[in-house]
Design a protein around this ligand. Structure first.
Ligand SMILES: Nc1nc2c(ncn2[C@@H]2O[C@H](COP(=O)(O)OP(=O)(O)O)[C@@H](O)[C@H]2O)c(=O)[nH]1
Ligand SMILES: [Mg+2]
Length: 199
């Protein structure tokens, strides 16, 4: 059954495992290239305008942000990747932070990866998918900003993406999403609700 989000709260930001909150709740994390629409997606599904900070300036948030939903589900906004001119040390600290997160958290149920529908799945998205596969984490591909393309383009892009990613056995859903018109919101809540009931 679809999850009904009644309540969502920011818990804390962290950069390393010793600062993470307890891993007692089932956890869903949101990843993606910076500016792909990840924070907007979190806000939209929680029906909160400013829960996760959205930005017109890509790559500002280099923190792992933890949220608590309905007092019993954890949502995590991990820093975006792939913004232009990233210094090497920032790349390295991103990697350390995210790998630590994946390694340390035992309560992860699934990942949602935001991919701008007009840009498509890129090299770094595939690297993220591979990284998750290595940790046995399932992925849901969210083709964001679907309001920017026509319905016929939407279905075409979905099919192309399914073909492109057919080798990744850890992908459980490929879904279009728009934080502007609500496309995909119910589907996301359904995915989370089903995993919550299953676990
Ligand atoms: N048209 C449209 N714009 C979006 C959508 N989602 C995000 N944006 C815009 O894209 C930019 C980046 O969004 P944000 O959520 O901060 O991306 P993040 O870096 O992945 O967290 C912002 O200017 C948003 O207003 C969407 O579904 N439709
Ligand atoms: Mg963001």
């Amino acid at each position: 059954m679809a999850l009904n989000i009644k309540k969502s709260d920011f818990v804390k930001s962290a950069t390393k495992p010793s600062h993470f909150p307890d891993d007692i709740y089932l956890e869903f994390f949101f990843a993606g290239k910076s500016n792909a629409g990840k924070s907007s997606m979190l806000n939209k599904i929680c029906n909160r305008r400013k829960l996760a900070i959205t930005s017109k300036t890509p790559g500002r948030t280099q923190l792992i942000n933890f949220f608590l939903v309905n007092d019993n589900i954890s949502f995590v906004d991990i820093p975006g990747y792939g913004f232009a001119n990233t210094p090497k040390n920032v790349k390295r600290s991103w990697e350390t932070m995210v790998i630590n997160y994946l390694e340390y958290r035992k309560n992860i149920a699934s990942m949602f990866i935001a991919v701008d529908i007009r840009r498509g799945v890129g090299r770094l998205d595939e690297a993220m998918l591979e990284l998750c596969a290595g940790f046995n984490i399932n992925a849901n591909i969210m083709m964001t900003k679907s309001d920017k393309v026509s319905n016929s383009e939407k279905s075409k892009i979905k099919i192309t993406t399914e073909k492109l990613l057919s080798d990744y056995k850890n992908i459980t859903n490929i879904q279009t999403f728009s934080s502007k018109n609500g496309d995909g919101v119910n589907e996301v809540l359904e995915i989370i609700g089903n995993l919550k009931n299953f676990n």
